[in-house]
Ligand binder design. Structure first.
Ligand code: NAP
Length: 452
């Protein structure tokens, strides 16, 4: 090989490198950006991989639609099943469970390595995909499935493979963060903030998967599986969304120096001789000073706590065509390099097989807001119920709701209580008592307090 003036060997021209056949399933928000990056960076990618990426087809539903210069019309097909069979690499960016699942299994059975951003599929049926990758000796990569552009899967699966992760705590859904951030900044209701997010393209027309927490739960199940070497399915994740978070909750949190965020939390819970894991998603109050409190708009951020590494924080764009395509391309380059050299990249392992701890057995601090009759003794009654279940109060805020009536007596009051850490089951039992007590007119919200 000849040398450059600096003495380093002159690399072969990209055109002389062997080609890897790449099938792309989907040319929507992410797929179109992946195709743009592959075509704009073809020379660089070829040199980094040691082979050219030759896109042999792009599967879409509507092959008649013009998709711009980076999605050539002659590559479009509505027959993804045939496309995946002749490929070395399959990039799945269709979304949904079927036909994506069958196509990926078929691609692997035919010897292709696959890259996907499909968190819903991985959370629901990752096990069969991981097994197929093992059986057929191919790669299954999914960096883009968790927090878009932010490198998380690789750090958890590879960089921290020699450490012991205790906890992953993060904001992994940009839509809900945008909505909660808007509510915090403007005092808007959930409904108004959602409408604005939809107008600006941060929320979909059907926002259910985001606002009900399902998207964040899918990511929590993927992170928990990797972090704790145990299989965690979507159905194992306790999931609460943000639809019940009110402007009053946001204001109450602010009064306490806290901010409400939708958190995904996966952690080890060690008790006596037993170690279990928890995976949960819910809106929670965190101190304003906590780094996650200042994560604004649609950004994502994730904290990882590991025994030797200590605390690590990852921050960036958790969605969007180009950011997500960056993560997809990272996986494509890794899988392609492995192909060129022969072999496969690192694998997940499930050796630990840790059980999940039911939510009722966890301990959290709580914020509870109640509307009560305003008469002497009510506070003592409420405090008595809580303390009867071993829950101690940290702060109480009381606000009279109705104007004085003719006799000068006030009728209702709103009380906001924050508690010290207590068992979930104890809080559930207290709430059962409140809901059957005449003095408690309504339980307006129950939120957990995290990050203290
Ligand atoms: P999208 O914009 O809805 O695009 C989906 C693409 O797949 C479209 O081109 C569609 O074809 C094609 N498609 C769907 N079903 C098909 C079928 N049965 N046969 C052939 N083609 C089919 O979706 P996206 O936002 O790019 O998301 C793709 C994946 O990335 C999803 O798994 C998503 O969860 C994940 N992801 C997305 C983001 C993001 O910011 N968007 C971030 C992280 C992860 P037509 O164009 O003809 O309809």
């Amino acid at each position: 090989m000849s040398q450059t003036s600096s003495g380093s060997p002159v690399p072969p021209a990209a055109a002389e490198l062997p080609a890897l056949r790449v099938a792309v399933l989907g040319a929507g928000t992410v797929g179109a950006e992946v195709l743009r990056l592959i075509s704009e960076q073809d020379e660089d990618l070829a040199h980094r991989i040691g082979a050219r990426l030759e896109v042999v087809g792009v599967a879409v539903r509507d092959t008649a639609r013009d998709r711009g210069e980076h999605v050539p019309a002659d590559l479009l097909t509505d027959d993804p099943a045939s496309l995946v069979r002749g490929a070395d690499l399959v990039i799945e960016l269709m979304g949904g469970i079927e036909p994506a699942r069958t196509l990926l299994l078929d691609a692997m059975a035919h010897g292709a390595s696959v890259v996907t951003a499909n968190k819903a599929l991985l959370a629901q049926d990752g096990a069969s995909l991981y097994e197929a990758a093992d059986t057929h000796g191919v790669d299954l990569s999914f960096e883009a499935a968790v927090a878009g552009a932010i490198p998380l899967v690789r750090p958890v699966r590879e960089s921290l493979a020699g450490d012991r992760i205790q906890r992953v705590l993060g904001i992994v859904n940009g839509t809900t963060n945008y909505i909660l951030d808007a509510m915090t900044r403007t005092g808007a209701s959930f409904e108004d903030a959602l409408a604005t997010a939809q107008e600006l393209g941060y929320a979909e027309a059907d926002p259910t998967a985001d606002v009900e927490g399902h998207d964040a739960a899918a990511k929590a199940s993927i992170l928990a599986s990797l972090a704790f070497h145990s299989r965690v399915r979507l159905s194992d994740v306790h999931c609460e969304g943000i639809t019940q978070v009110s402007a009053q909750d946001i204001a109450a949190a602010a009064r306490m120096g806290r901010t409400i965020k939708l958190l995904s939390i996966v952690e080890r819970v060690a008790e006596e001789n037993e170690e279990r894991i928890s995976a949960r998603v819910y809106p929670a109050l965190i101190p304003d000073a906590h780094p996650l409190a200042s994560v604004a708009e649609a950004y994502n951020a994730v904290f990882i706590e590991a025994d030797a590494a200590g605390s690590l924080m990852f921050y960036g764009q958790g969605a969007g065509g180009a950011p997500t395509a960056s993560a997809v391309l990272g996986d494509v380059v890794s899988a392609a390099r492995a192909r060129v050299r022969g072999g496969v990249g690192p694998r997940e392992s499930w050796y630990a097989g840790l059980d999940l701890i039911p939510l009722e057995e966890l301990r959290s601090a709580f914020y509870v807001s109640l509307t009560v009759e305003d008469r002497p003794g009510v506070l003592a009654e409420i405090a008595g119920t809580l303390s009867g279940y071993g829950i101690s109060i940290s702060t109480i805020h009381q606000e009279l709701l109705d104007p004085q009536d003719e006799e000068g007596a006030r009728t209702t009051a709103h009380i906001g209580i924050s508690t010290h850490r207590a068992l979930e089951s104890a809080m559930t039992a207290s709430l059962d008592v409140f809901s059957s007590t005449a003095t408690v007119l309504s339980i307006d919200s129950v939120l957990r307090i995290e990050g203290e």
